[in-house]
Design a protein around this ligand. Structure first.
Ligand SMILES: [Zn+2]
Length: 272
């Protein structure tokens, strides 16, 4: 089965000792391309270094909502400069996390707004993390409002990003109508091992709604191990578990789904 991993933090401490072995295991499992998103300034720099070292790894630069409160204008200037690098194919990860609340909502919203503006300016998709507390949806509702305020709906067929998704919802979590609205806005949706967790059951419904060209899959390594993967450390090769789940939910042949995932990855990040 052909595979991609649209979100794996290979530059994380968990992979410091053996990232090359992990990448080789991923290749053997069929993972053809992988995006290693930055979550702060050092990890965004490391993302570019990984992409430089491994041709099948793509980079992104951004500030995770958890770190939003720690960013000053100087640091943001460095992120914005990094984002212009040609090896950087996306802006983020950024977004909103009202579940753990490591940064204030005000700081998260300000952080999100400048990422969205930068993504539209550079014509690179924004990678969006979005989590509310269990049973709530305020982060998702705020995210949709911010996407509209940033003008993302005008980025459909007539640019700024041409027909490419202006953003992607990484590690999808949220109600069905939120997923539908995101698709109407032209976003891509990426599913992770989170779909197997209790409380995330509606992800199966959303997985059936996403058009193939906007459907992505990821591990969010080293987090969110799917069933069968070691709980201690998830790895890109385990993306197959979630990809097969997608094929099952959609009633598609896994091989055909895999072909579609590779195409969607290249179309989203402009990597073909
Ligand atoms: Zn992440």
């Amino acid at each position: 089965m052909r595979l991609v991993d649209s979100h794996a933090h290979l530059q994380a401490e968990a992979f410091a000792a053996d990232a090359d072995l992990v990448l080789r295991a991923a290749r053997l499992a069929g993972v053809e391309r992988l995006l290693a998103p930055g979550w702060d300034l050092p990890s965004s720099r490391d993302s570019v270094a990984l992409a430089e070292r491994w041709p099948r790894v793509d980079a992104s630069a951004g500030i995770h909502p958890h770190a939003a409160s720690t960013v000053d204008d100087g640091m943001w200037g460095e992120i914005a400069a990094l984002a212009r690098d040609e090896r950087v194919v996306a802006v983020g990860e950024t977004g909103l996390d009202y579940d753990r609340g490591f940064s204030t909502r005000e700081a998260q919203l300000a952080n999100l707004r400048r990422h969205l503006a930068l993504a539209l300016e550079l014509r690179k998709p924004a990678i969006l993390h979005c989590r509310s507390r269990p049973g709530q949806r305020d982060a998702q509702d705020d995210l949709l409002r911010e996407l509209l305020a940033a003008g993302i709906e005008r980025s459909g067929s007539r640019s700024p990003l041409g027909g490419r998704p202006p953003a992607l919802l990484h590690s999808f979590s949220g109600p069905v109508d939120y997923g539908e609205r995101a698709l109407e806005l032209g976003l891509a949706i990426s599913f992770s091992g989170l779909v197997f967790r209790r409380g995330e059951e509606v992800s199966a419904t959303v997985a059936r709604l996403v058009p193939a060209e906007h459907l992505l899959v990821e591990t969010d390594s080293p987090y969110l191990s799917p069933p069968g993967a070691p709980r201690r450390r998830n790895e890109p090769r385990w993306v197959e578990v979630t990809a097969r789940w997608l094929a099952e939910q959609r009633g598609e042949d896994p091989e055909a789904l895999g072909e579609g995932l590779v195409r969607a990855y290249d179309a989203t990040f402009g990597t073909s």
